[in-house]
Ligand binder design. Structure first.
Ligand code: CMC
Length: 431
């Protein structure tokens, strides 16, 4: 039997000692709350802006070892999944916890394929946006709007209803994402083609014009599958946390996922790939890289696509994407900004500023170059992240809904404002 692990804490304000249980390398914040608690005084709180050292959940979905640069979905290394699986299989694995049997996979693929169409009224919702609406704004609104089309989705404890919403969300995301792209271009929305695979169908809805059948280059389809797999989940990141936090109110999954999309939109999260490409364009040429790096070191701006809250080593996804770049550029020709990116990486990896802070390229550093080579404008990059991440958000959401320990997310605060002030009416204040 393993010995019980504990932590003894002495409160120097009172001299009292407390023994806190340690489970899985963590103490419970509620046990900390017992320290110094009296009838009149609140117990000790833990102050952790940005949740840098607070575990909000137990999870069996994704494992990351940031120091070693390891990423696994349900225990399977990301490198093996990217090499040998496809996005729909990975989505199943994330959500249902096991690799599917042949029957399970075929049923899953069939279900997803036959739910790719959206209600025609959603088209009207999307048409209502201005011509220059950001596709992420359109995506998060239209996913939120889906909750009004499927009111039964509010029944989050019914497993069958839950499964139907999961299928709908994964199936419809490419349709909504592609339509937000076509909208900006003033082109007609393309309906799904159920003869095509998940990634092929997405490319068809994005790029098909008058040809009766869209046939993407298989190398590009494969690259998109790999990118989808790499982006499918990343444990308790800002958007997963948004989905869990909103989901903890027991709202329907469409509303919870649209909160995830909103979180992903920000430039410090999924919006970073868009920011990377704009940065590379602004730098423009290899010769201008040293001056740019100096600016970063002086605190003028950040080197976008570098650094990560968890990885203090090369992001394993960045390694795989760098390889995928070569395959895509074989088809599309080399993106001239690749040279600028490689020079940035070379200089940054040798520079003490980046080395001492353990800042390495993250998933967004090279993905933008591929997306641009595939003809996507930068505004679309985060949409390309949101589509596969929906699988991860749903896996996190299911885990939350089934976890008896979870409660409505409601952090504490340390109040720093005034108290018991006497209100002075405007007629007296403005004399
Ligand atoms: N360029 C320059 N300096 C940086 C960078 C960067 N990209 N990232 C961190 N630093 C510095 C930061 O200034 C700080 O230095 P000091 O200790 O001297 O004040 C130190 O490194 C620690 O930074 P931090 O902001 O405390 O670290 P964090 O864990 O809160 O932030 C991060 C993580 C990803 C927000 C940050 O590294 C960043 O802003 N990177 C650029 C944006 C980016 O590429 N985001 C994509 C993340 S990966 C995709 C995803 O999962 O969404």
């Amino acid at each position: 039997m393993t010995q019980k692990q504990t932590l003894t804490v002495r409160d120097n304000r009172t001299g009292d000692e407390y023994e806190l249980d340690i489970t899985d390398g963590a103490i419970r914040a509620s046990d900390v709350g017992k320290i110094g608690k009296t009838e009149d005084e609140a117990g000790l709180a833990v102050y952790d802006p940005g949740f840098t050292n607070t575990a909000s959940t137990r999870s069996a979905v994704t494992f990351i070892d940031g120091d070693k640069g390891i990423l696994e979905y349900r225990g399977y290394p990301i490198e093996q999944l990217a090499e040998s699986s496809n996005f729909l299989e990975v989505a199943y694995l994330l959500i249902y916890g096991e690799l599917p049997t042949r029957e399970q996979y075929e049923r899953w693929e069939h279900e997803i394929t036959f739910h790719t169409f959206v209600h025609e009224d959603i088209k009207t919702v999307m048409r209502g946006f201005r011509y220059d609406a950001h596709p992420m704004g359109m995506l998060l609104s239209s996913v939120g709007a889906l909750s009004t089309f499927y009111p039964e989705a509010r029944n989050i404890t019914d497993e069958q209803i839950r499964h139907e919403q999961i299928v709908r969300l994964i199936a419809k995301m490419p349709t909504l994402g592609a339509w937000s792209f076509r909208h900006a271009q003033g082109k007609p929305y393309v309906y799904p083609d159920n003869d095509l695979s998940y990634a092929e169908n997405f490319l068809s809805m994005l790029f098909r014009m008058s040809e009766p059948k869209y046939e993407p280059d298989p190398r590009l389809t494969k690259a998109l599958e790999v990118l989808f797999i790499l982006h499918a989940d990343h444990e308790q990141n800002a958007s997963a946390n948004a989905v869990r936090s909103v989901g903890s109110t027991q709202v329907d999954p469409y509303s919870a996922v649209s909160a995830g999309i909103a979180a992903l939109f920000g430039p410090l999260h999924g919006g970073a790939n868009e920011a990377v490409l704009r940065m590379l364009k602004r730098i423009g040429s290899k010769e201008k890289v040293p001056a740019f790096i100096e600016g970063v070191k002086n605190g003028d701006e950040r080197l976008m696509g570098f650094g990560h809250r968890v990885y203090k080593n090369y992001d394993p996804r960045a390694k795989i994407i760098k390889k995928a770049c070569d395959e895509v550029f074989e088809v599309t020709g080399v993106n001239p900004l690749l040279e600028v990116a490689q020079e940035l990486e070379k200089i940054a990896l040798e520079d003490d500023y980046f080395v001492s802070r353990k800042l390495y390229p993250n998933v967004d550093f090279y993905s933008g170059l591929i997306y641009e080579a595939l003809q996507f404008p930068p505004e679309m990059f985060t949409v390309l992240f949101a589509i596969p991440r929906t699988a991860g958000w749903l896996a996190q959401w299911i885990e939350l809904v089934d976890d008896p320990e979870q409660k409505i997310a409601r952090p504490k605060q340390i109040y720093t404002g005034g108290r018991t002030l006497d209100f002075v009416p405007a007629s007296e204040r403005w004399k």
